[in-house]
Design a binder for this molecule. Structure first.
Ligand SMILES: C[S@@+](CC[C@H](N)C(=O)[O-])C[C@H]1O[C@@H](n2cnc3c(N)ncnc32)[C@H](O)[C@@H]1O
Length: 269
């Protein structure tokens, strides 16, 4: 990747340069083809691996959730508590605003309706599902995390804490090298209970994305790198499933991905 960009173009300064309102407006106003793929994938994986009933007392982690609530909207149907975390304080504030019914909170209705439809759940369930999401998220406090910090309180938490861990388009932008990515995957796997489910949702081959005029760099990922990372985290190859789709290759001026991947992995007992 070229390193001759201006500092503004190469900062990855999420605390100061990540404009959460612009991010939500750019990426979460409508359900674009990459989210169609991601949502379908997460619905399918959770139904397949976790059954239709939620596990009483189950706990999930959404790592690097940003200001986005769609994965937790689904997860909240399977577990009783979700530890939601992100690196950027403003993102957690945006999630808190939604939990508090604040007038400036992002309106997730379009995404939530789409998720209900994809899950073959009646639209009339919307408010029940929203209430459930608020309850389940409120059972843990929203937390800061840092995929690169050896002392990150979330990643250094007790082993075997979670039944399900989901991370969407986070590690691929938080980690700038393959070694850093592999280390973060290993640390997430440590947090899973034996038999627990890890879901990695990632853009394929994405080296940058834009939020307004700010450019954020990432680690271009492919299936092979992800399989290597999971192998090094001692996930058995038979317990890994990767679904890939080519989406919008070269068509998006705001990011250079060539597709998306839904990765599911079960930790051995
Ligand atoms: C492309 S956004 C994805 C957010 C959300 N998961 C989604 O799907 O919309 C990348 C996220 O990674 C987070 N992030 C950046 N650096 C990080 C780090 N070192 N550790 C954890 N998360 C990080 C950002 O705060 C941001 O929320």
């Amino acid at each position: 990747m070229a390193d001759s960009l201006s500092p503004q173009c190469h900062s990855n300064d999420y605390q100061n340069k990540f404009d959460v309102s612009k991010y939500l407006a750019s990426y979460y106003s409508e359900v674009t083809p990459n989210y169609v793929f991601y949502i379908r994938g997460l619905v399918r994986v959770l139904k397949e691996k976790c059954g239709s009933l939620h596990r009483t007392g189950g706990k999930a982690l959404e790592f690097g959730g940003g200001p986005s609530l769609w994965p937790s909207f689904l997860l909240s149907q399977y577990v009783d508590s979700i530890q939601f975390c992100d690196y950027t304080g403003a993102n957690l504030q945006a999630v808190q605003a939604w939990l508090d019914h604040s007038s400036n909170a992002h309106d997730w209705t379009t995404f939530f309706h789409y998720l209900l439809k994809e899950n073959q759940t009646s639209e009339s369930e919307l408010s029940n599902w929203e209430n459930r999401l608020r309850t389940v998220l409120s059972n843990c406090s929203l937390s800061r995390c840092d995929a690169n910090d050896p002392k990150c309180p979330i990643l250094s938490g007790p082993a075997a804490e979670y039944d399900i861990i989901v991370t969407c388009e986070c590690l691929d932008v938080a980690c700038q090298t393959r070694d850093a990515y592999k280390e973060a995957v290993k640390r997430l796997v440590r947090l899973l209970k034996p038999g627990g489910l890890l879901v990695l949702i990632a853009a394929t081959n994405c080296s940058f994305y834009m939020v307004g005029s700010e450019r954020f760099t990432g680690l271009p990922l492919n299936e092979q790198i992800i399989r290597e990372a999971l192998h090094e985290a001692e996930i058995h190859p038979h317990q890994i499933n990767i679904e890939s789709e080519k989406i919008g290759e070269g068509e998006d001026p705001f990011a250079d991905y060539s597709g998306g991947m839904i990765v599911s992995a079960i930790k051995s007992n």
